[in-house]
Design a protein around this ligand. Structure first.
Ligand code: ADP
Ligand code: MG
Length: 264
């Protein structure tokens, strides 16, 4: 077994496909302590390359959601550095706004606006943020709804849709701003089992089109098939990061092995 995170990473290696390229997501030494004293992130470093799918796993409370929220500026970190596609996430309002547009996020709870139709939900940010005309926004929205297989529900309200359908709308809404990176925070955890597949399928399709993705999930089948690398977090730290095949075949850290044995 590897003695340290660095050794573990050296042992399992980086996917060759990304060697030598500059990462599109740089997160270095990120720390976050909440007002109540909880240290949610303790020196987290992660790089994501263009087109890479990084799967983040770990027990509840290990800091996965806080980390994703730090990547798009929803949470303000206390220390460390985040740079997305060359834009530093710093105190500049302009940079924060740019990063919000470049990084799309999908949550466990779909957070659709209940009083708006599916189409209006997908259009809203495009009109407000990208300042598109209604016609332009609608054309783009219909294309995306088609992509997630739900264009026939464009004029329905969220409450008329199943959980899986709502989550696909939420993905279309995130894609509407043409993000360069997509973050998924347990996007299938609130779904009935029979609806998990349709959402994972949309995520897989997105990955195969080359979207850069950071995916927090408990779906190990998805992690194996779609992930390029797996990151295991615990207590606000990255315990192990490894290429997917190696991760599942021979995880180096005892804690990783224990966690996998519980969930697989
Ligand atoms: P995970 O997504 O891995 O379950 P979280 O990032 O949600 O973990 O939480 C990490 C830790 O930070 C937990 O101990 C959680 O209780 C705490 N935490 C998360 N959000 C807040 C908050 N807004 N205020 C205080 N503590 C929080
Ligand atoms: Mg979480």
């Amino acid at each position: 077994a590897a003695a340290s995170l660095e050794d573990a990473q050296a042992e399992c290696g980086r996917p060759e496909a990304f060697a030598g390229e500059d990462p599109i997501v740089i997160a270095e030494n990120v720390t976050k302590t909440f007002d109540n004293g909880v240290k949610a992130l303790d020196d987290v470093t992660l790089y994501v390359h263009r087109g890479e799918v990084k799967v983040v796993i770990g027990p509840s409370g290990s800091g996965k959601s806080t980390f994703l929220r730090c990547l798009n500026g929803l949470e303000v970190m206390d220390g460390g550095r985040v740079v997305i596609d060359g834009i530093p996430l710093d105190s500049s309002r302009k940079h924060r706004d740019e990063i919000r547009q470049e990084v799309g996020m999908v949550f466990q709870q779909f957070n659709l606006f209940p009083h708006m139709t599916v189409l209006e939900n997908v259009n809203l940010a495009q009109r407000l943020v990208r300042r598109k005309s209604t016609q332009e926004a609608t054309e783009n929205a219909m294309r995306l709804l088609d992509k997630v297989g739900i264009s026939d529900k464009a004029s329905s309200y969220p409450a008329q849709l199943s959980g899986g359908q709502q989550q696909r709308v939420a993905i279309a809404r995130a894609l509407a701003l043409k993000p360069k990176v997509m973050l998924f925070d347990e996007a299938t955890s609130a779904l009935d089992p029979e609806m998990i597949g349709e959402v994972l399928q949309v995520m897989s399709a997105l990955a195969s089109e080359g979207m850069t993705m950071v995916v927090v999930t408990h779906e190990m089948g998805f992690a194996r098939e779609v992930g390029d690398a797996v990151v295991f977090m615990e207590n606000g730290r990255v315990v192990e990061e490894c290429r997917t095949e190696t991760f599942f075949e021979s995880p180096s850290h005892p804690r990783t092995r224990e966690f996998l044995s519980q969930i697989l």
